[in-house]
Design a protein around this ligand. Structure first.
Ligand code: FES
Ligand code: FES
Length: 176
């Protein structure tokens, strides 16, 4: 089956009913896309299909013929979100992170905090409590705009990250 994968035209032999998630991990060797629930509930497997965030565990491979798939590997470690998830505490165990970043990458550039909350409603994180994730997305947007909000809060009103982590606690002691 021919399709575009992370900007390159590829031809992958796999059953049309095989899950895109499994094709990516097993046939393409791209293990950055994770499996959590396997039933469309957690968002860990989020990839972009023609620029839209989809759960790869719910997409039969046959549906990607002639279309463009982008995975976390397609961001090549250079996307602003990949930096701000680190600097803003958006990742802890990291299992949800590829899916979170791909879902965030699909948001419009002018997304409000409410848009971010709604856009990521299908992505579950057991570690961060979400504020670090929202902060990371906003920081990436500000980077893209080349600006910064002043004071102890971000433009969206989220408290800035303490050097010691949420609420001044160490990252290890944090709870969702
Ligand atoms: S593994 Fe696909 S939504 Fe959970
Ligand atoms: S960082 Fe662990 S599940 Fe989100």
């Amino acid at each position: 089956m021919r399709f575009e994968l992370n900007g390159k035209h590829v031809d992958v032999r796999a059953h049309a009913m095989k899950r895109l998630l499994d094709v990516l991990r097993e046939d393409c060797g791209l293990t950055g896309t994770k499996e959590g629930c396997g039933e469309g509930e957690c968002g860990a497997c989020t990839v972009l299909l023609d620029g839209q965030a989809v759960n790869a565990c719910l997409v039969p491979f046959g549906q990607v013929r002639g279309r463009a798939v982008k995975t976390i590997e397609g961001l090549r470690g250079r996307h602003p979100l990949q930096q701000t998830f680190v600097t803003e505490g958006g990742a802890q165990c990291g299992f949800c992170t590829p899916g979170m970043i791909m879902a965030a990458a699909a948001l419009p550039k002018n997304a409000t905090l409410e848009d971010v909350r709604v856009g990521l409603a299908g992505n579950i994180c057991r570690c961060t409590g979400y504020s670090g994730i929202y902060r990371a997305i906003e920081a990436a947007r500000q980077k893209a705009e080349g600006g910064k909000a002043a004071g102890g809060t971000t433009k969206a009103g989220l408290p800035r990250r303490s050097p010691k982590g949420e609420g001044g606690k160490s990252a290890r002691g944090r709870r969702a």
